[in-house]
Write a protein that binds this ligand. Structure first.
Ligand code: GLC
Length: 719
């Protein structure tokens, strides 16, 4: 079979298929090992035996996938099934939630994590992961910000591409590769009011400048599949949006894989009020360019009649079927449908020492040191530490949302990590203090007693894993009230306190930022999270994470981004009629790009060469950095650009380069960034990319604020 010509084989197969069997290939059904939506698929095995199912989600393990594959191979045409799953940040070994891992700004690390997740999921019978989620978002009320890379389209694009490369590798028939699924197309990260699934209403400019780039980058990196979004865009559901799915994605961007809807999104068109029946919804979806229906079963049940009556052409179904069969072929499924059902490989790969080492490295790099005013951190490994808070001993919450086959029992909590790191050089007393949402006098008193006995307190507060992710929007993103009260009480003990916040989104920490000199944001760090946290707390690893989504001062500021447009009346505290709030500064409390480390680099003045650059030329912006301190420092130098005058209003700054540097004590070095026309280009008035002559400002620093700047000029053709 391997020697057989792919096209001949697949054409012949297609010719032998009935309409119903074809629609079976377009039908994605769910198993019961996980529940990721409201509808179940009834008698899954019977549907598979009838040839009415082409792919399955929420079933994994070599044994479970083998059993269903055997059922599929009893159907008349013996077409193998493809298994997909929400492997979002690891499969058995869980890496930090995507928003956390993005804060590493370490593209190689991200790619390695995706590769590892691919190897683990493929060893568990899977072929397809529903990742990367590349939806940009400026709204931390939306719980799914946890699953994305943050607010910036340029960084988000690099991350999207790295993840796709990691999952898919170079050869899909490699039994350690899986196909990626870019989601959610499109604009899912901008629901009105931050409420999940809500209406998206966005200008074309915002789409082109901010929201589309990461999807496109993932497509350019070769992503095989795309998942539609639940939302409407200009009133049209994304899953029936021909302008998006066909005109843009396929025709303009050249996507040639297949498009799957999100969970029951086809039948949800009845709720959107754009289809009266499932038949109507299925027809619209297929016509718009959707190839596979996730769980609705509307394609399977409704399209046969429509083909019969001539309302849907069989040719359009053939096109979709061929897209899916081709990928099944490329994955090697027709050669060996059981290649990924290998118990021995699963045992060898899952949670092996290399996986754990990678998870620990990834978790360390995701931690963001928000404040360290008194240089309390790193802590010495001796004395008595009181570890307090409702998340201090949690294993489940360390894994975060979407944990695939992750197991809390295999996970290091903060307490596990601290105990292990201290060994017998010090002592940890742990006390819960309160529940996530409710106070408890007994627990509080016990925590206060623990603090009284300790030299230093580590207070672990924040969101439990069910407070973010899908269908987990919040209007109040402060720490829950019970935890704020606990924090106040612990501060009253007068002991030095390190506040560790956990959670899946930027939190509103204005009060904590006033009260606590030391704050670490630790997201949900995954399987090795507790150990990584201890590594950073004790300085075995210095923190390197940089926020990829700013933390607002107040919920009233959101949605917000550092990449804002200048307005006609830019912020001026002394000017009444300027663009500002009466009761809050405009900027973030902890901005995009922010993240401290142990030690600080000094930046010299920026140099630019040449000051005037011709079309097609390159400008080099350099900055001398020095480590004046007594220990090695690793930090990320960031480059931002501003186009000062253009035909359309441009952002006040946009990330355009970054480099992580490590400097020994006392060392100096020059860091250079090369800027070409590609960096200066933007969607012009007609939305086509354009580079306009004129003045630009280049800015560099260790976050998106407190930047040093220098100007240069891009000459026009005639200059
Ligand atoms: C969902 C999600 C999507 C996920 C899918 C399958 O409801 O929106 O991200 O991949 O279901 O579980």
């Amino acid at each position: 079979m391997a020697a057989m010509n792919k096209d001949t084989f697949l054409r012949d197969l297609l010719n032998r298929m009935t309409v119903k069997e074809k629609l079976g290939q377009l039908n994605l059904l769910t198993g019961a090992m996980d529940a990721t939506g409201m509808k179940d698929s009834g008698d899954l095995e019977a549907k598979i035996r009838d040839g009415h199912c082409g792919a399955v989600l929420n079933v994994y393990t070599p044994a479970a996938t083998r059993a269903l594959q055997e059922a599929a191979l009893t159907a008349p045409l013996r077409i193998p099934l493809l298994f997909g799953y929400d492997v979002i940040h690891g499969h058995r070994t869980i890496f930090p939630i995507p928003l956390g891992l993005a804060c590493s700004w370490n593209l190689k690390l991200l790619e390695r994590c995706a590769r590892a997740a691919a190897a683990e999921s493929a060893a568990d019978g899977l072929h397809w992961v529903y990742s990367p989620m590349v939806d940009i978002s400026h709204d931390p009320r939306w719980g799914r910000v946890a699953e994305g890379a943050g607010e910036d389209p340029w960084l988000g694009s690099l991350i999207a591409a790295a993840l796709v490369r990691g999952y898919q590798g170079n050869d899909l028939s490699d039994p350690a590769a899986v196909i990626a699924c870019v989601k959610h197309f499109a604009l899912y990260g901008a629901p009105s009011g931050g409420r999940d699934y809500h209406t998206v209403d966005m200008s074309r400019r915002e789409m082109e400048e901010t929201y589309f780039p990461p999807y496109r980058a993932a497509i350019d990196a070769g992503a095989r599949t795309v998942m539609t979004a639940f939302n409407v865009i200009d009133g049209i559901p994304a899953s029936a949006n021909r302008g998006l799915l066909t005109d843009l994605l396929r025709d303009a961007w050249g996507f040639n894989g297949w498009i799957v809807t999100d969970y029951t999104a086809v039948s949800e068109m009845k709720n959107h009020g754009t289809a009266a029946t499932d038949a109507d919804a299925a027809r619209q979806s297929l016509a718009a360019g959707v190839d596979m229906d996730m769980v609705s079963e509307a394609f399977l049940t409704e399209l046969p009649e429509l083909v019969k009556s001539g309302q849907v052409s069989e040719e359009s179904i053939n096109t979709a079927v061929m897209r899916i069969l081709q990928t099944k072929w490329d994955l090697g499924l027709f050669q060996d449908p059981y290649a990924r059902c290998d118990e021995a490989r699963a045992q060898a790969v899952h949670l092996n020492p290399e996986m754990r080492a990678l998870a620990r490295e990834a978790a360390r790099e995701s931690i963001v040191l928000l404040k360290n005013d008194d240089l309390t951190l790193p802590l010495a490994k001796h004395g008595t530490i009181a570890l307090i808070g409702p998340l201090a001993e949690s294993h489940r919450d360390m894994l975060g949302c979407w944990i695939a086959a992750g197991d809390p029992a295999e996970t290091a909590s903060p307490l596990d990590g601290l105990r292990e790191a201290l060994g017998n050089t010090g002592r940890v007393i742990s006390a819960k203090g309160c529940e996530i949402h409710s106070p408890n006098d007994e627990l509080r008193d016990e925590a206060v007693r623990a603090a009284a006995l300790a030299d230093v307190v580590i207070l672990v507060l924040g969101e439990s894993a069910d407070m973010y992710g899908e269908a987990a929007s919040r209007t109040d993103i402060r720490l829950p009230k019970a935890q704020r009260r606990l924090a106040k009480r612990i501060l009253q003990t007068g002991k030095p306190v390190v506040l560790v916040t956990m959670g899946g989104r930027p939190l509103e920490l204005s009060k904590e930022a006033r009260d606590f000199p030391t704050i670490i944001h630790a997201w949900a760090l995954g399987t090795e999270g507790g150990r990584a946290l201890a590594d950073v707390i004790f300085g075995d690893a210095a923190p390197v994470g940089k926020l990829t989504m700013g933390f607002p001062r107040s919920i009233g500021q959101v949605p917000m981004t550092y990449r804002e447009k200048p307005t006609g009346r830019p912020f001026d505290a002394a000017m009444h009629y300027s663009s500002k709030y009466l009761d809050c500064p405009n900027d973030a409390l902890f901005p995009f790009g922010h993240g401290l480390t142990y030690g600080e680099l000094e930046l010299g003045e920026l140099q630019v060469d040449p000051q005037e650059v011709p079309p097609g030329g390159t400008v080099t912006v350099s900055v001398k950095i020095t480590n004046p301190g007594p220990r090695e420092v690793t930090d990320t130098i960031q480059l931002y650009l501003r186009d000062l005058v253009a035909s359309v209003s441009r952002p006040v700054k946009e990330l355009s380069g970054f480099e992580r540097v490590t400097l020994a004590a006392g060392e100096s070095r020059v860091v250079s960034f090369r800027i070409t026309d590609a960096d200066l280009s933007f969607p012009g008035e007609d939305f086509k990319p354009v580079v306009e002559p004129g003045d630009f400002e280049a800015m560099a620093g260790t976050s998106s604020v407190d930047l040093k700047g220098v100007r240069f000029r891009r000459l026009g053709d005639a200059e």
